[in-house]
Ligand binder design. Structure first.
Ligand SMILES: *[C@@H]1O[C@H](CO)[C@@H](O)[C@H](O)[C@H]1NC(C)=O
Ligand SMILES: *[C@@H]1O[C@H](CO)[C@@H](O)[C@H](O)[C@H]1NC(C)=O
Ligand SMILES: *[C@@H]1O[C@H](CO)[C@@H](O)[C@H](O)[C@H]1NC(C)=O
Ligand SMILES: *[C@@H]1O[C@H](CO)[C@@H](O)[C@H](O)[C@H]1NC(C)=O
Ligand SMILES: *[C@@H]1O[C@H](CO)[C@@H](O)[C@H](O)[C@H]1NC(C)=O
Ligand SMILES: *[C@@H]1O[C@H](CO)[C@@H](O)[C@H](O)[C@H]1NC(C)=O
Ligand SMILES: *[C@@H]1O[C@H](CO)[C@@H](O)[C@H](O)[C@H]1NC(C)=O
Ligand SMILES: *[C@@H]1O[C@H](CO)[C@@H](O)[C@H](O)[C@H]1NC(C)=O
Ligand SMILES: *[C@@H]1O[C@H](CO)[C@@H](O)[C@H](O)[C@H]1NC(C)=O
Ligand SMILES: [Cu+2]
Length: 649
C-alpha cells in the first residue's frame, strides 16, 4: 500500500519513462524508501518556465558515498573516449583517486527548476562512518531556516544509514549551488548546481540572450591528486602544502600539471566542451565551487563576456574580457557567438596559491561552433599553459583590487549597478555596525601545536602554520544545533570581541556570536588586516543577500583603528545608490569590504570564509538575528543530538 503511494507520488511528478529505479528496499524504520536517480536532463522540473504555469514539486534523491574516479564503470576511459561518458564514470583529469560524491557524478546531480517550485531532496548518507549535510548555497531559506544545511547551526549532522529530507521553496531565481557543509567534503566532490529559472517576462535580461541551457552551466573547482583530508592533516600537522595543482571544469580537465603530461600519448584528453551556433547568444552560468585559496580567472578567446548577474542577483550588463571568481561566488554572462565558425579556447587560470609562484594551476575548455569542421576531440590551435591563460582587457572582480583603482580596465563590485531598486539597507546610517577583521596569526593553536613539546616556535619554519581567525577568535561549534535546540542556549554561552581578552597573544576559541535585532539595518565592515602573507578569503553569509557598498585595498598592515579613523574622516566612499547584491564576497588583502543588509530573516546564520580549510579551522562566526521566540517554530519530529554524560542525579 505504502509502495503504491510512493509510486503514485513519483508518477505525479515524474513522467514515466523519465526514471530508472535502482532498488526498492525497506528502511529499518519500517518506512518504505524508494530510490531512484534522476539524470539532470531527465528531470521533468528542468523545463521552460512559463508565466502563470503551476509550480511543480521537484524530487531528488542524493546518495552520498565514497567512490573513485576512473571506476570500473569507466571501462577503458581515459583511453576510449565514449567510455568516459558512461553512466557512473567520473573521468576527472584522467587520474584515479577517491572521491566523495552524490549519485556517482561529479559535479553531482544538477537541480534545475523554475521559480516557485518546491524542491524535495532526500539526502541518503551512504558514507561508512562520516556524517554529512547539504547546504543550498544562495537560497536564503526564509520560510525554512532548518533546511539551510549547516551542521550544529540549523540541524544535526546526518548520520551514516540515515536519510534527511530537505524541503524548501525555490523562491529566488538565479545561479546557485549545493555542496556538503560537513568537514571538507566539498573538496572531494560533493557539489553541484541549483539553477532557478524565471519566465522570460520576469527576467530583465531575457532580451540579451537567445539560449539559457543546462549544458552552459559551468562548475569550477580546484583539484588535486589526493583526498582533501590527506592534504589537510599533512598541512596542519606537518609541512605539507595546501596548494591545488589542477582545475576541473564540469568535472573534466586536461592533466596539465601532471609530470606525466605529455608522456601518456594514447590517453584521451577530455575537456568540457560548450557548443554554440553562430549568430546566437548564450547565457552561461558559472559557479566557483573551489575549496582552497585559488581564485579562478576565466576568459574566452575572441569573445566578450557580458556579465549580467552575480549570486542570483541581476546587474546592469558589463562587457568584460575576463572575470575572476572566488570560492562560493556565481556569475552569469552572455556570450555572443559572433566569430568565425571554429573552436576557441575557454581559458582558466588559478591565482593566489595556484599562481606562478606555486602550482600554476590552469585549465581549458572549448567553445565549439556547431558549424566548425571538427570532432569532439578536436582542439583550438595553440598549446594551453599558465602564461597564455590570461587575456588582456576589461576585468571584472579583480584580485586584491577595490575601487581605489579607478582605471576603466578593472571593474570592482561596488561599481556594479544592481537592477534591484534602492532599499532601506542603503540608508545613510545603519542601526548596527560590526567590524569583522581577520588575518593569519602565529599562535599556539592547540589543535596543531603542543607546548612545550612542539610549540609554534619550537618547530622548523616550514612547520609553522598560522591560524586564520575572525576578530582573534576561532569558532567553536556547539555540540547540538543552535537554532532547533535553542532552548539549551542563552547568550551567556556565547562570546565575541567584547567578551574575550588577551586573544591577540593566546589562542581563543569559543561560540562566536554577534547579534542584531530583527528588522535592523546592519553594516559589516569586513577587514583583511594584511599583516601575514597575501591571502584572499571569500566571505559567505547564510540566510541573506547583502549589498556590497564599498571595497578598497589600502596596502599592507591595516588595523581596525586605522579604518575607523578613515571612516570618521569621511575617507570611505560608500555606494548607497544601487550597489550589487551578493552572498559571497572577497576582501582585498590589506583592505576592507563593507556590506549592508536588513536583518529580517530571524535565526542563527553562519558567516564564514568559503575556503574549506579555513572554515574547518574556525574562520567563522554566527549572526544571531532576533530573539528565540521570533525564530520560526522547529519542524515536528526534527532530529536532535548532543552530549551525554550519564545520569548524574
Ligand atoms: C517490506 O516490509 C513489509 C512489512 O514489514 C513486508 O511485508 C515486505 O515484504 C517488505 N518488502 C521488501 C521489499 O522487503
Ligand atoms: C593528449 O594531449 C597530448 C598533448 O597535447 C598529446 O600528445 C596526445 O596525443 C593527446 N592524446 C590524444 C589521444 O589525442
Ligand atoms: C582571435 O584573437 C587573436 C588575438 O587577438 C587573433 O590573433 C585571432 O586572429 C583571432 N581569431 C579570430 C578567428 O578572429
Ligand atoms: C556590450 O557589447 C555589445 C556588443 O558586443 C553591445 O551591443 C552592448 O551595448 C555592450 N554593452 C555594454 C553595457 O557596453
Ligand atoms: C574537414 O576536415 C577534414 C580533416 O581535417 C578534411 O579532410 C575535410 O576536407 C574538411 N572538410 C571541409 C568541408 O572543410
Ligand atoms: C582616478 O583617480 C585619480 C587619483 O585619485 C584622479 O586623478 C583621476 O582623475 C581618476 N580618474 C578617473 C577616470 O576617475
Ligand atoms: C619549546 O620552546 C619552549 C619555549 O622556548 C621551551 O621551553 C621548550 O623547551 C621547547 N621545547 C622543545 C621540545 O624544544
Ligand atoms: C557579544 O556577546 C554578548 C554575549 O552573548 C552579547 O550580549 C552581545 O550582544 C554581543 N555583542 C554583539 C556586538 O553582538
Ligand atoms: C607588516 O607587518 C609584518 C608583520 O608584523 C612586518 O613583518 C612587515 O614589515 C610590516 N610591513 C609593513 C609595510 O609595515
Ligand atoms: Cu579563508
Amino acid at each position: 500500500m505504502l509502495i503504491l503511494a510512493v509510486l503514485l507520488v513519483a508518477k505525479l511528478t515524474v513522467a514515466q519513462d523519465f526514471y530508472s529505479y535502482h532498488e526498492i528496499s525497506n528502511d529499518t524504520n519500517s518506512e518504505i524508501q524508494l530510490e531512484y536517480v534522476l539524470l539532470n536532463e531527465e528531470n521533468p522540473c528542468n523545463r521552460k518556465c512559463i508565466k502563470g504555469a503551476p509550480p511543480m514539486v521537484c524530487r531528488f534523491t542524493f546518495n552520498v558515498e565514497w567512490y573513485t574516479t576512473l571506476s570500473k564503470a569507466c571501462y577503458d576511459c581515459p583511453y576510449n573516449y565514449e567510455d568516459c561518458f558512461r553512466l557512473d564514470c567520473i573521468p576527472a583529469d584522467g587520474f584515479q583517486r577517491p572521491v566523495l560524491v552524490v549519485n556517482r557524478k561529479m559535479p553531482g546531480t544538477a537541480i534545475e527548476v523554475c521559480e516557485g517550485d518546491q524542491v524535495i531532496v532526500d539526502v541518503v548518507n551512504k558514507l561508512k562512518s562520516e556524517s554529512t549535510t547539504i547546504h543550498w548555497h544562495g537560497l536564503h531559506q526564509r520560510s525554512t531556516p532548518y533546511m539551510d544545511g549547516v551542521p550544529y547551526i540549523g540541524q544535526c549532522p546526518i548520520l551514516p544509514m540515515s536519510t534527511f529530507r530537505y524541503e524548501f521553496p525555490a523562491d529566488q531565481s538565479g545561479t546557485h549551488f549545493w555542496h556538503s557543509h560537513s568537514g571538507i567534503q566539498r573538496a572531494d566532490g560533493a557539489y553541484g548546481s541549483i539553477i532557478v529559472r524565471q519566465p522570460a517576462e520576469d527576467d530583465p535580461h531575457s532580451s540579451l540572450f537567445d539560449h539559457d541551457l543546462s549544458e552552459h552551466v559551468v562548475v569550477l573547482i580546484d583539484w588535486d591528486a589526493t583526498i582533501a583530508m590527506k592534504k589537510f592533516v599533512t598541512h596542519y600537522h606537518s609541512s605539507g602544502n595546501n596548494k591545488p595543482t589542477n582545475l576541473l571544469i564540469n568535472g573534466f580537465g586536461f592533466p596539465l600539471n601532471s609530470p606525466e603530461w605529455r608522456k601518456i600519448d594514447d590517453q584521451i584528453n577530455i575537456t568540457a566542451r560548450f557548443y554554440v551556433e553562430q549568430g546566437q547568444r548564450y547565457r552561461f552560468r558559472v559557479i566557483n565551487a573551489g575549496y582552497m585559496n585559488c581564485p579562478i580567472e576565466m576568459s574566452i578567446d575572441n569573445h566578450t563576456l557580458s556579465v549580467i548577474s552575480s549570486d542570483g542577483s541581476d546587474i546592469k550588463a558589463i562587457n568584460a574580457t575576463s572575470l575572476i571568481t572566488y570560492a562560493g561566488e556565481r556569475f552569469d554572462f552572455v556570450v555572443n557567438a559572433n566569430q568565425p565558425e571554429g573552436l576557441y579556447w575557454i581559458r582558466f587560470r588559478g591565482l593566489m596559491d595556484c599562481d606562478e609562484r606555486f602550482t600554476r594551476a590552469n585549465q581549458v575548455a572549448v567553445l565549439h561552433y556547431k558549424g566548425a569542421n571538427a570532432t569532439e576531440l578536436s582542439y583550438p590551435d595553440g598549446e594551453p599553459n599558465y602564461e597564455n591563460a590570461h587575456n588582456e582587457g576589461v576585468q571584472v572582480n579583480s584580485l586584491n583590487k577595490g575601487t581605489e583603482d579607478n582605471t576603466t580596465q578593472y571593474v570592482a563590485l561596488p561599481d556594479f549597478e544592481s537592477l534591484t531598486p534602492w532599499d532601506e539597507s542603503l540608508s545613510d546610517k545603519p542601526d548596527y555596525q560590526f567590524y569583522v577583521a581577520y588575518d593569519f596569526y602565529k599562535l599556539n593553536n592547540p589543535h596543531f601545536y603542543k607546548v612545550p613539546e612542539y610549540g609554534f616556535y619550537n618547530v622548523s619554519e616550514a612547520n609553522r602554520v598560522q591560524t586564520p581567525q575572525i576578530n582573534h577568535i576561532s569558532m567553536k561549534f556547539t555540540s547540538s544545533p543552535l537554532m532547533p535546540q535553542r532552548d539549551q542556549f542563552d547568550d551567556t554561552m556565547f562570546c565575541n570581541s567584547s567578551t574575550v581578552s588577551n586573544c591577540e597573544t593566546e589562542y581563543c576559541e569559543c561560540h562566536h556570536v554577534i547579534q542584531a535585532p530583527l528588522g535592523s539595518i546592519v553594516e559589516i565592515v569586513v577587514m583583511d588586516e594584511g599583516f601575514a602573507y597575501d591571502a584572499n578569503h571569500p566571505m559567505h553569509l547564510h540566510g541573506y543577500g547583502f549589498r556590497v557598498v564599498a571595497m578598497e585595498r589600502l596596502g599592507k598592515n591595516v588595523t581596525v583603528a586605522e579604518v575607523k579613523e578613515r571612516d570618521r574622516l569621511g575617507l570611505i566612499k560608500r555606494n548607497l545608490l544601487t550597489p550589487p547584491i551578493k552572498d559571497t564576497v572577497t576582501v582585498p588583502d590589506g583592505g576592507y569590504t563593507i556590506i549592508r543588509f536588513i536583518a529580517d530573516n530571524p535565526g542563527y546564520w553562519l558567516f564564514h570564509c568559503h575556503i574549506e580549510f579555513h572554515v574547518e579551522e574556525g574562520m567563522a562566526m554566527v549572526l544571531k538575528v532576533g530573539d528565540h521566540k521570533e525564530m520560526l517554530p522547529v519542524p515536528k519530529n526534527f532530529p536532535t543530538c548532543g552530549n551525554y554524560y550519564g545520569s548524574e542525579e
